[in-house]
Design a protein around this ligand. Structure first.
Ligand code: ATP
Length: 598
């Protein structure tokens, strides 16, 4: 009987793994949930397999599959997905299934560290090999990374173990050695892709322009043919076309832009500048609470709250009665001039509103954004102090803390040991916590783009969440001053004008008395999303117009029973003019009081 010969095993160097994907168990790919426009091919199967085996997801989110396919085929990509839409997967998955290293340029250290630690701790596949080269990378680690890349590029090892290497744009711009290694990797066909995350930083039309991002386009000249991928959540049309030009994105690039709409977010503004009618809607926003199942409903029995103006007046009268004012934290007497006392009161009002808002959401997780580091600390102290009874914990987070302090606070918050983080915008990018139920801005954001990105940290799990802005019109002046700069750093020219225009847009959003805040926000980034489908959360202005959500009108008073008889003479009461002023009585009463004094 003729025996069939088994072929000899290939030489060891041919048995190498070329990608991490090859090391994965050959499980059957999961059936895709949605019907696809094309027949699933080998690439689709590879994507499905890596999606479940490496990342543990059951299906792709809108836009992810097409982007992963285009990236794996070596095309340029531009991806504009809302915050929490799953942009990272669009470059991490292709990085895992293609040969070579993917370089990810990202603007923020905390974002980079977050991403790397998530990737290396993906347990299903024993972790995706990822690292970063930033100012926080230890010298020995940096040297080891560069050594490995050089070895692979020079053919001393078959391929680099690293699949994803995160760098800051500054690092890329500064390090000759790093540029050199990129060139060598490219020549050895081991440079898979350059990813530009938070790509709006490339454009001067973006709200967070970084000059070093602008230089990224130069990489095209010494890395010809290397595909680029640009991703952002907040790019207006102008910003998108500028970043395409700057990064020299090819016309054949795959583009995916979804509406910036986040239907699970409810937007509101509470105006502390005056007692505008918007405040009625805003108080209503504050007094409503979300149930865990995401249905919006008024709280069961809340005692009627005095309006902010009434509260302010009560406090001023009490202040006048209590003699010279003392600082609440230091205890030192501070005879404030009248305008400063006003500002101080407004600040107190804002903090009280934050306390009130957080108290109604005790046990939920949130972020409070503050303008300065001192504000963030004071706000966290205030919340901790006032919310002891409901067990809410709060801590500040800002750039003035050491890296270790920041890590401890972030870890406690991520693990649910801390309810609220009071932060400056340093805490904005890179927070991947699914169950943030609210984001409160205790001060004005500089632009709608920045605001939407920060507010977008809420509700990444898709469940109903709230975004509240506490607004005082004097904040506009403060932010304008910051934007104009001081002394030698004074700014001029068209860039300053663009920033001031963005601030105007932000102030206009806060001052809206009509219309829909969600439509205003989403329309700013592209197409108007149209009116809310109803039933879900929308904004304070829409809710105020919705008869189903209007608080029940108080029952009519029974008519007073008049007794007939001669009129009883009333004693005349004289009011001191300052008291009349403080209580905000009507002009008629002031006039009457003046007449009485005359
Ligand atoms: N296909 C998917 N199925 C389930 N979960 C997913 C999927 N894709 C991404 N996610 C999860 O969604 C969350 C948000 O993803 P990611 O951080 O990539 O969002 P993003 O668009 O980068 O947001 P941001 O702009 O805020 O950085 C992550 O926890 C991620 O694991």
């Amino acid at each position: 009987m003729a025996r069939t010969k088994t072929p000899p095993p290939p030489p060891a160097h041919q048995m190498r793994q070329t990608t991490l994907f090859d090391a994965l168990p050959r499980a059957r790919p999961q059936q895709p949930q949605a019907r696809r426009a094309h027949e699933p091919d080998a690439l689709d199967q590879k994507l499905d397999l890596a999606l479940s085996a490496v990342f543990g997801h059951q299906g792709f989110r809108p836009g992810q599959r097409a982007t992963c396919r285009a990236a794996a085929q070596g095309r340029d990509c531009v991806v504009i997905l809302p915050t929490g839409g799953g942009k990272s997967l669009c470059y991490q998955l292709p990085a895992v299934i293609t040969r070579g290293v993917t370089i990810v340029v990202s603007p923020l250290l905390s974002l980079i560290e977050d991403q790397v630690s998530t990737l290396i701790s993906l347990e299903r596949c024993g972790g995706v090999p990822a690292a970063h080269l930033t100012s926080s990378t230890k010298e020995t680690t940096s040297r080891a990374i560069l050594r490995e890349l050089h070895s692979a590029a020079e053919g001393r090892v078959d391929y680099p173990t690293l699949k994803l290497l995160y760098v800051t744009p500054e690092r890329l711009a500064l390090s000759e050695n790093f540029r050199d290694v990129l060139e060598k990797l490219h020549r050895a066909n081991l440079l898979a892709r350059i990813v530009v995350d938070e790509a709006h930083c490339v454009s001067e039309w973006g709200h967070d322009f970084r000059p070093d991002y602008r230089k990224l386009g130069q990489l095209r000249s010494f890395l010809p043919g290397v595909p680029f991928m640009a991703l952002t959540a907040t790019a207006t049309q102008a910003c998108e076309s500028d970043l395409r030009k700057s990064l020299k994105i090819k016309p054949t690039a795959h583009a995916h832009r979804t509406s910036a709409d986040r239907p699970n977010l409810r937007f509101g503004v509470r105006d502390f500048s005056d007692c505008s009618p918007v405040n009625a809607a805003a108080s209503f926003f504050l007094s409503h609470t979300s149930r865990v199942d995401g249905v919006w409903a008024p709280p069961d029995a809340t005692p009627p709250k005095p309006s902010p103006r009434q509260e302010r007046h009560t406090r001023r009268v009490a202040l006048m009665a209590s003699g010279p004012r003392t600082h609440p934290h230091t205890g030192t007497p501070s005879p404030l001039p009248p305008h400063a006392a006003d500002a101080y009161n407004a600040q107190e009002d804002v903090r009280d509103a934050v306390v009130d808002f957080v108290r109604r959401r005790a046990g939920q997780c949130g972020i409070v954004y503050c303008m300065t580091q001192a504000d963030a600390e004071a706000c966290a102290d205030h919340l901790t102090d006032k919310l002891k009874d409901v067990g809410t914990t709060a801590h500040h987070y800002h750039a003035g803390m050491t890296q270790l302090q920041r890590r401890v606070v972030q870890a406690a918050w991520q693990q649910g040991k801390l309810d609220v983080v009071c932060a400056t915008i340093a805490y904005g990018m890179g927070i991947d916590k699914a169950d943030v139920r609210y984001v409160v801005h205790a001060s004005l954001a500089k632009s709608l783009e920045g605001y939407y990105q920060e507010a977008g940290r809420a509700g990444r799990d898709g469940r109903a969440s709230e975004c509240l802005m506490l607004y005082r019109d004097q904040d506009v002046g403060k932010v304008q001053k910051l934007l104009r700069g001081f002394g030698r750093k004074k700014r001029r020219g068209p860039k300053l004008q663009r920033d001031l225009d963005r601030l105007d847009d932000m102030a206009r959003y806060c001052g809206m008395k009509d219309g829909c805040r969600r439509r205003q926000l989403v329309g700013h980034f592209g197409k108007d999303p149209g009116p809310s489908s109803g039933g879900g959360p929308c904004c304070d202005l829409c809710d105020a117009r919705n008869p189903a959500l209007r608080p029940p009108a108080p029952p009519p008073k029974p008519p007073a029973v008049r007794k007939r008889g001669p009129p009883v003479p009333q004693p005349r009461v004289r009011k001191a003019p300052e008291v009349v002023d403080l209580l905000g009585d009507s002009d008629d009463e002031v006039l009457a009081s003046k007449r009485a004094r005359a």
